[in-house]
Design a protein around this ligand. Structure first.
Ligand code: MSP
Length: 547
């Protein structure tokens, strides 16, 4: 392990294996992948972790419904999660399963440490439990939610509205209430600990409202990790799951690695699970005397626009509007998929997705702007310079042009946005260069310059500037669209720049390979015909048996 470079440790939530992965769950994985690729390209030694959350009642119930043991069920589903990561070009460095022995070891160690430190005690739990959410609720929380909804006496989950289970059993508790002040201090002293701000405010007011101790063990079923100090109890699935972030970086197993990697730089999570990550998790770490992660970034939900009614609906299995990632990949290609979800849904907010909008973004940004620019530039370069990029006069790159102006400071602006997960802003900054280059072609009319031998230098300058604009754009778009960016660089004889570890240096204006062979190649993003997306939508519905 290279420990000279700074470590950048990023995680996704680990996914429940109660059903096959879908567009919503893969959203977090791609968000994390873009950041992981960006950090590798900026000289970080990245550890990107994802995996599966395999214990708990929800998974045990799904297994029973399918007539399998929980372990068989998990083993049968995990390949689908791994295949989806591969399909979407996600470059995770590790894939953790909570049923692995390395994880059980870490859980037992952490639980023992917290207990030794005096923050775990025995008691009995009498309250409500939501199996689909794997979450406890008090009588008061349930009563208030039922009153608000007009479902008095039904005892429905305050979060998801499904029926709750009454749980009365002996349990071990975590003294969460002891951490209220320390947590508030953490949010105050580290304003970026929870991002974006709206989630931070939510977390702060939740903690200000007072914290109750948390039941962390169950006795009524056994699909979980036994407590190291009481073997009749299995660990509460969320306590078990959160610890995966420690397991994967050598907690209790490899001191050197753990010291290098921990604390994590970023946990990416959906907005539905911030209390676990921003309240319980840091408290657990504090209780064990470990540092807390630098940032928890909460993204929003993908929602689907109903093309018939125009209404925006949360994507969910019960509404029958869950879209399979493979269907979208069929339509947009992997890079088109990544670009659409990463830039059209503003990270941090909910995003209404629709087939029509997918087609629009793909055609406007990728087919007509970026793809078209690459194809025109490479064609002209090949045509006017004998299949090559132009050879430029000394110092050409210091001569100002509309493109060098747009490119100036671009990498810094892009990085500033991308580092805070504002991928929409980062991509928009690159698209400014792409648009400027398309306008430059219209303004300079290289085809006219090419007719006049006396203007050969001007022609070289124009085409060289365009080649340089696409080279820089390809590098900056690479975290979002790795395959097409690598292809563009190869077409420019810059294949050796693919996977750069020094994005800033490689993007310095003027760096393209001069007089190098150019490959024209096929269209990177063939335009989608008008009915393409709508038809896909129908096909997707038909495949689900919908109307
Ligand atoms: N197993 C827990 C996480 C444990 S982490 C220590 C879990 N799993 S999950 O499979 O239910 O959800 C995983 C992630 O997918 C969550 O961040 C959740 O927000 C995200 N998504 C699930 N559906 C989603 C959408 N429709 N849209 C965007 N992301 C959503 O929670």
């Amino acid at each position: 392990m290279d420990t000279v470079q700074p470590s950048y440790y990023i995680t996704t939530p680990i996914y429940y294996v109660n059903a096959a992965p879908h567009l919503g769950t893969s959203y977090t994985s791609v968000l994390a992948d873009v950041q992981a690729r960006l950090r590798r390209a900026t000289g970080h030694n990245v550890m990107f972790l994802t995996g599966t959350d395999e214990h708990g009642e929800k998974v045990a119930e799904a297994a029973a419904e399918h007539g399998m043991t929980p372990q068989e069920w998990c083993d049968s589903l995990v390949p689908a999660f791994k295949e989806l990561l591969q399909l979407l070009d996600v470059t995770n460095d590790d894939f953790i399963r909570t049923t692995e022995p390395r994880h059980a070891e870490a859980v037992r160690r952490l639980m023992s440490t917290i207990k030794d430190n005096g923050y775990i005690y025995k008691g009995s739990y009498d309250g409500w439990y939501c199996v689909p959410e794997e979450t406890y609720f008090t009588d008061t929380q349930v009563r208030h939610a039922d009153e608000e909804r007009g479902t008095e006496g039904e005892h429905l989950c305050p979060d998801c509205g499904r029926p709750l289970q009454r749980v009365q059993e002996e349990s071990w508790f975590f003294k969460l209430s002891a951490f209220q002040d320390r947590l508030l201090e953490l949010y105050r002293d580290n304003p970026h600990f929870v991002e974006p701000e709206i989630r931070r405010n939510e977390v702060v007011s939740f903690v200000e409202g007072g914290l109750k101790d948390l039941s962390i063990s169950r006795t009524s079923f056994d699909w979980g990790i036994e407590l190291p100090f009481d073997d009749g109890h299995v660990t509460y699935v969320w306590f078990d799951a959160l610890i995966n972030y420690l397991t994967a970086v050598g907690y209790g197993a490899d001191e050197g690695e753990f010291a290098y990697r921990w604390p994590a730089q970023a946990h990416l999570v959906g907005k539905d699970i911030i209390r676990f990550h921003c309240v319980i998790w840091p408290a657990m770490l504090m209780a064990a005397g470990l540092p807390v992660p630098e940032e928890v970034f909460a993204h929003g939900f993908l929602t689907v626009k109903n093309e018939e009614t125009g209404a925006t609906e949360k994507m969910s299995k019960s509404r029958g509007n869950v879209v399979s990632p493979a269907t979208v990949v069929d339509l947009l290609g992997v890079d088109g998929y990544r670009y659409y979800f990463m830039t059209d849904v503003k990270p941090g907010t909910d995003g209404g997705i629709s087939w029509g909008r997918m087609e629009q973004v793909y055609n406007t940004d990728l087919a007509n702007s970026w793809g078209n620019l690459v194809s025109r530039t490479l064609n002209m370069s090949a045509k006017y310079f004998d299949g090559r990029t132009p050879a430029m006069p000394e110092g050409w790159d210091t001569v100002e042009s509309p493109l060098s102006q747009v490119a100036s400071g671009l990498v810094d602006r892009y990085l500033e946005a991308m580092y805070r997960f504002a991928y929409d802003e980062g991509a928009a900054a690159v698209m400014e260069l792409v648009h400027a280059a398309n306008h430059y072609i219209e303004d300079m009319e290289p085809w006219s310059l090419a007719k006049d031998p006396a203007r050969a230098d001007e022609l070289a300058f124009v085409i060289g500037s365009l080649v340089e604009a696409i080279r820089v754009s390809a590098h900056l778009l690479a975290p979002l669209m790795p395959t097409t960016s690598a292809e563009v660089l190869r077409r420019l004889s810059a294949g050796d720049e693919v996977g750069t570890r020094d994005l800033k240096a490689v993007c310095a204006w003027g760096g393209f390979a001069q007089g190098a062979p150019v490959t024209k190649g096929d269209a990177l993003f063939p335009r989608l015909v008008a009915e393409g997306a709508a038809q896909k939508g129908d096909k997707a519905k038909a495949a689900k048996g919908g109307k």
